[in-house]
Design a protein around this ligand. Structure first.
Ligand SMILES: [Zn+2]
Length: 191
């Protein structure tokens, strides 16, 4: 059972004042019993892959999770924890090229990474550890990202144009000027 307190927390890092996500189709059987069904996305709901950098030289799922648990949304409610669905390590904090799914992916929860309600609801957030304003991602990170993007794009029928950097949806430098977005997009087969 999910308590009403937990249910409230599930909504807490949604953008303040954002409309509820419409539920266009009967939801697939839930992996976790939802409090009211609305927070859990039906299968096939993912429409975007949103790529971020951590903006730090080192990092891990655990470290980001702890940091994001300290954050509060505009209503003062604490975030659930790490905002992303996947993290790819750079050898400092996690192995170089290691891909780790977070609780948001395991539970198929909305993200809190984009600063945009639609993209948070429909975008899979992928964070590469590093500051790509200063240094380029490692070869292993890019290999791992390419494989992950191709796999997810194939599974959810996400097109090249729906593989985006954070800066496409919000005024930010993320994922950094040294991140080769075009090359990652081009790894996705054309429909
Ligand atoms: Zn970002």
């Amino acid at each position: 059972m999910i308590s009403s307190r937990t249910a409230r927390a599930l909504f807490s890092d949604r953008a303040s004042g954002s409309p509820p996500v419409p539920d266009p189709a009967p939801a697939a059987p839930a992996q976790v019993p939802p409090a009211d069904g609305s927070w859990q996305l039906p299968d096939g709901a993912w429409k975007y892959l949103v790529i971020h950098h951590s903006g730090t030289s080192a990092g891990s799922v655990q470290a980001i999770h702890r940091e994001h648990q300290q954050r509060r949304d505009a209503d003062g409610n604490p975030w659930l924890g790490i905002a992303y669905h996947f993290v790819i390590g750079n050898g400092s904090g996690m192995a170089d090229g290691q891909v780790q799914a977070t609780f948001r992916w395991d539970q198929q929860l909305h993200g809190a990474h984009a600063g945009n309600a639609l993209i948070n609801a429909r975008g899979i957030g992928i964070c590469l550890i590093g500051d790509f304003e200063k240094t380029a991602p490692s070869v292993r990170q890019l290999d791992a990202l390419r494989k992950l993007v191709v796999q997810l794009a194939g599974r959810y029928q996400i097109s090249r144009r729906q593989v985006i950097g954070h800066s496409s949806v919000r005024s930010t430098r993320c994922p950094g000027r040294l991140f080769p977005l075009r090359k990652i997009q081009e790894a996705v087969p054309q429909a």
